[in-house]
Design a protein around this ligand. Structure first.
Ligand code: BGC
Length: 408
């Protein structure tokens, strides 16, 4: 643009000279030149405009971690919905969905390049976490009569698979068209026996796809050669404003759950399953995330805000709508469906602004929410929670869908 402007000015002076030399009609020539300038400006504005709607600027993800190649992968549908992933942590980097004006907005936290992820203060922007998402008290559990000690990475407890969980691993990636003709990305990882303290060689595969109906689907499959436990989940921070310049407290949330699992002050479930009624956790009717966030959470044992496991209203294994989020400013609606028994709703209570992500977005306090489809936290230590055990010969499966619509 600057170059074409300076070229124009240069041309103008050249023409001025020619005018003097040839005694041509000055005013006519000026008019012509002015038209050329306007046309060139309009043309460069158009070309530049093309650049600004280009979804993915240069993103450098090409590096080697643990002797494995890291890269970035793109999938999209014909409506323009698109997503980028990196195989470092099987992470969602971008998710572009239309807003109420038909403009695409990137509704997830992420970094411009691989360095951002490698140096991040918050380790959980967009990855698959596991082997066990959320917490296991004291990192201990027993399977087939044998006790195991996992790494402790959160106040003496095990969180999101430990210090070196799935979110830090380089997964093998394969882009392909699935049987429905949708763009898909398969990420697979072999977690060796003993990794982070877990028994069994665990083979896991996650397939992301974007459907013609503007859904991001996530399908998981895993097998093991020795009895173990498993509970992987997608740990994406959503902000339906499309920027962290605005808080996610304005999102209107519905969670289809009558019950939740209370915890102690370190967020380890007590084992109780209780009603959400008369608590700030009652999201059965659409309610703004920030509306009750200052309510006396002490009544719920701690005072940080939402970081709770909601027990979904459904039969075991049934695929059903778990939550709906709506942002009035952009009109974007996200519907989360899953076959999992529970959903962790985290309102960004520990976000601290130390990370700066894509487009200079600062990851400030409560500028993203996570809605993680999962088994109950600490399930292996509570007989009344659904089992998280996976045995040789069995296949662990999970399906979750994040569907996008607009409300005008
Ligand atoms: C947990 C939070 C944790 C966060 C890390 C959530 O899934 O429930 O307690 O701080 O992940 O980003």
């Amino acid at each position: 643009m600057i170059k074409s402007l300076s070229d124009n000015i240069f041309q103008f002076f050249k023409y001025e000279q020619t005018l003097n030399n040839n005694n041509l009609k000055r005013n006519d020539m000026k008019k012509t030149l002015l038209s050329i300038c306007i046309l060139t400006l309009a043309f460069s504005a158009c070309t530049n405009n093309k650049k600004t709607v280009e979804l993915f600027p240069e993103r450098n993800f090409d590096t080697i971690v643990d002797s494995k190649k890291v890269a970035i992968y793109t999938i999209k549908n014909a409506n323009g919905m698109a997503a980028q992933f990196t195989n470092y942590g099987a992470r969602l980097v971008d998710l572009w969905v239309p807003d109420k004006n038909g403009k695409l907005k990137d509704v997830v936290w992420g970094f411009e390049n691989i360095k951002g992820y490698l140096n991040a203060n918050d380790l959980y922007a967009g990855p698959i976490v596991g082997r066990f998402g959320n917490r296991i008290g004291k990192g201990q559990f027993t399977v087939d009569g044998k006790s195991y000690q996992l790494t402790l990475n959160n106040n003496g407890n095990h969180l999101h698979g430990g210090t070196n969980g799935f979110y830090k691993k380089v997964w093998d990636a394969r882009s392909f068209k699935n049987e429905k003709g949708e763009d898909a990305l398969e990420l697979s990882y072999l977690s060796p026996a003993g990794e982070e303290g877990y028994p069994g060689n665990l083979k896991i595969k996650v397939i992301y796809a974007i459907t013609a109906n503007n859904e991001l689907t996530i399908n998981y499959e895993a097998t093991t050669d020795a009895s173990t436990i498993i509970n992987p989940t997608s740990h994406v921070y959503f902000n339906l404003h499309g920027t962290t310049a605005q808080s996610s407290n304005s999102h209107i949330l519905t969670i289809f759950a009558d019950k939740y699992t209370p915890t102690d002050s370190l967020l380890i479930p007590t084992g109780e399953i209780v009603t959400v009624e008369n608590t700030p956790l009652d999201f059965r009717k659409p309610t703004a995330v920030g509306e009750r966030i200052k309510t006396d959470f002490m009544a719920l044992k701690y005072g940080k805000g939402y970081d709770h496991n909601f027990v979904l209203n459904k039969k075991a294994g049934e695929m059903s709508l778990a939550a709906e989020v709506y942002e009035p400013a952009t009109g974007i609606v996200m519907k989360v469906s899953t076959d999992q028994p529970a959903l962790q709703f985290y309102s960004g209570n520990f976000m601290d602004g130390k990370d700066t992500g894509k487009r200079g977005d600062v990851h400030n306090y409560r500028t993203g929410i996570a809605l993680e489809a999962q088994n109950y936290p600490d399930a292996p230590n509570h007989a009344n929670f659904p089992t998280a055990v996976l045995k040789p010969g069995e296949t662990y499966k999970q399906s979750s869908i994040y569907a996008f619509e607009v409300k005008k």
